[in-house]
Every structure is written in C-alpha cells, then in structure tokens.
Design a protein around this ligand. Structure first.
Ligand code: NAD
Length: 371
C-alpha cells in the first residue's frame, strides 16, 4: 500500500486579469506600508508599472535581480532596502526575481508579495537556492514562503514565445515528477494531471494565436498547479540533473528543463509505467516521453543540450555530480544509465515511440478434413 506524510504551507493567492490594480490593498493586508519593488534589469518597465500602481506604498525599485540568487546581489538589495526605509518586498518577474525577494524576506522577516510573470513556480514554494563562492546551496523553511502571490495574466503577454515554451515545460517538469514522487498523494496526482493538460492546451492554443489571452491564462493557471506540486512533494532525477547542469555548468534554467525532461521520462518510464500513462493521457499523446519531445519540437523549443553550451566531454563529470547524492527516483540512479541519458540529451536523440501493442493473434482453427 502507498503511504505518505503530508505537511502543507499556506499563502494567499489572487488570480485573474487586471489583478495588479489590487496590489496596494494586498500589500496592506499582509502588513506592508512601504515596499521595495524588485525585478531583473530587463523587467524594469514591469517593476515601474507595479511601483506606479502602489503609489505612496513604493519605497523604491531595485532592478538588479539575476539568475541563481548570488549573495552579493542580495547584500546590495538589502542595503537599498535599508536606505529607502522599506518594510516589505514586492517581486515582479520570474524565478530569478522571486529568489531575490525570498532571500531578502528570509533575512529580514519582511512580508513578501510576488507578481509572477513566468511559469517557474518558485512563488509558491518554501525553497531558496542561493549562490555563494560559485556554489549553489538550497535551503527550505517557512520564512521563505511568500505571503501573497498575485497572478495577473495581462502581465505575462510580453513573455517572448521561446521563454513561454521553455518556462511552461519547466512547469510541466514539476508535475511529471510529482506523478512518481515517493510522497505523492491523490491531491498531488490531481494537481499534476490537471497542470499538464492545462499547460499543453495553453501552449497549443497560443501557438495558433499569439494574442489568445485565455491561452495565457491557461499557462499561468497550469504553472500555479505545477508550483503546488513542487511545493508539496519530493522531486526526482530530472530536477537533480537540471540543478547539476544549471549550478555546475551554468546552463539556462528553463531551457535545460525543456531538453532534459523527455529523456528523464524515457529513462524512468520502465520503473514508473502508471505515472507515464497518466502523463500521456493528460498531455493528449500516446506515449509521454516521445510525445512530449515531439510537442517541444513542434513548438520550436530546444531539444539538445549542445545548443545550450553543453559538450559531450562534460557528460562524465555531470554524471558524477548527479549520481553523488541522488534525489529519490523510481528507477535506481546508476552512473552508466545517467551517462547514456545525458549523451542522448546532449545530442538531441529522438526518443522512439514504443511499438504499438497488437492484439494477440487468434489461433487459426485447425480443421480436420475427413476425406
Ligand atoms: P527568470 O526569472 O530569469 O526569467 C527568464 C527571463 O524572462 C528573464 O530574462 C526575464 O527578464 C524574462 N521575463 C520575465 N517576465 C517577463 C515578461 N513578463 N515579459 C518579458 N520577459 C520577461 O527565469 P525563470 O525560469 O522564471 O526562473 C529561473 C530561476 O528560478 C532559477 O534561478 C531557478 O533556480 C529558480 N527557481 C526556483 C524555484 C524554487 O522553488 N526555489 C522554482 C523554480 C525556479
């Protein structure tokens, strides 16, 4: 019998279109009066928009968030928060910005509101990965979980198509690994399958019509559902590989997830047939690993690590790192297997669809002729 333990974190979620108009009310509700608004340099415009809506409740804008939350950047942002007299943090953007907001909130106890504009899912987790001295260390704790998440579909329409695809597949990765997590529950199975279906539908609809706001809403909703999977259950081999490739080889987060996920699924499929059947049904394909890889290719997403800057010569070291302290996984994590998986992902090998199972032939009736 499957057994599990389940702890749940709580935060407030507001979801809709045009919800950014409620940001000042939501800030006050969580006890903030003067917020430092955070963004990456590229999303300064979005941060300024949110700061404008906050009006007097804006203490300042800091647009220095970068990937992997380096502590040096956190220290500069902390100094800025003190300088402007901030009592709260508002993160506007993707996982990089949310990471900086979490780092500030965890150090100061300031309440944290997130306005997510990618599908990374960090906004609903108590996880924080920070980089110091070139090493990324992940920790978890209730002080890291943002108090309020305000999803505004309208703020995601500027997300370029390539980032839309990779970020949505990054969200799918949380859902897929939730389906075979050792601590999964009936709730997380439901969240995961709904997430995969909503994300796949949203991507296909948006590819047909780039202005389809309902498709954008599907993607953000699917990301929220996937984020809750990530927040609730233990991730496996796929996330370990992506953390290794991002942390030790500097590969881009969402694009790496996009290339590796179908290969990790193909690797795990023999040990997790029920999870793969659920994933396939949710994605609307016959076979989950090959079907997802074909979907990514149809959407124009990356299908090999080589183009992301990873070389075949890097495979043995990556396999060493990924197998040193593996995450729980349905299939035992063995060095040779991981070398094979990473080689396929680097070269972009097409994952074969399993041969269709044909119904067993009925035996030809034996007729005895009486001559
Ligand atoms: P990101 O935050 O770096 O954003 C990707 C790109 O999209 C950036 O260039 C950003 O400026 C741009 N962008 C964001 N919103 C936009 C918009 N509305 N319009 C146009 N461009 C926009 O990347 P990400 O994939 O969202 O997050 C990756 C980071 O998050 C990694 O560091 C990863 O480790 C972390 N993460 C953490 C967790 C967690 O639970 N702790 C979960 C997922 C990801």
């Amino acid at each position: 019998m499957h057994s599990f333990e389940h702890d749940s974190d709580t935060s407030r979620t507001v979801f809709g279109t045009g919800t950014v108009s409620r940001v000042a009310d939501e800030l006050r509700r969580m006890g903030g009066r003067r917020a430092l608004v955070l963004s990456t340099p590229g999303q300064r415009g979005l941060a300024t928009l949110v700061a404008g809506v906050l009006g007097d409740a804006t203490a300042g804008v800091f647009d220095g968030a970068v990937a992997h939350t380096p502590v040096e950047v956190t220290e500069v942002a902390l100094a800025r928060a003190t300088e402007v007299g901030a009592d709260s943090v508002v993160s506007v953007g993707g996982g990089s910005t949310t990471g900086l907001g979490k780092a500030l909130a965890a150090r100061t106890g300031m309440p944290h509101l997130v306005v997510p504009t990618t599908y990374a899912g960090s906004e609903v987790t108590s996880l924080l990965g920070e980089t110091a001295g070139g090493e990324k260390v992940t920790r978890t704790g209730p002080e890291i979980l943002p108090q309020v998440v305000l999803y505004d579909v309208a703020l995601t329409t500027s997300l370029p198509w390539p980032v839309t695809v990779t970020s949505a597949v990054n969200a799918m990765a949380h859902a897929v690994e939730a389906l075979y997590a050792p601590d999964r529950t009936a709730d997380t199975d439901d969240l995961a399958s709904r997430s995969l279906g909503t994300l796949a539908d949203g991507l296909s609809a948006l590819q047909s019509d780039a202005d389809d706001l309902d498709a954008r809403a599907d993607l953000l909703l699917g990301a929220w559902l996937a984020g809750r999977c990530l927040a609730t259950v233990t991730m496996g081999l796929h996330h370990k590989l992506c953390h290794t490739l991002g942390g030790s080889f500097g590969l881009p987060h969402a694009a790496t997830h996009t290339v590796v996920l179908p290969h990790a699924m193909a690797h795990n499929a023999p040990a997790a047939p029920a999870a793969m059947a659920t994933a396939a049904a949710s994605l609307g394909v016959d076979d989950a690993p090959s079907g997802l890889q074909a979907l990514v290719a149809r959407l124009g997403g990356p299908t090999d690590l080589h183009r992301l800057g990873f070389e075949l010569a890097d495979v043995p070291r990556a396999a060493d790192l990924a197998t040193a302290r593996p995450y729980p996984n349905p299939r035992p994590v063995e060095h040779d297997g991981i070398v094979g998986l990473l080689t396929h992902a680097t070269e972009g090998t097409t994952i074969p669809a399993p041969a269709p199972t044909t119904p067993a032939r009925t035996a030809t009736p034996q007729i005895e002729e009486n001559r």
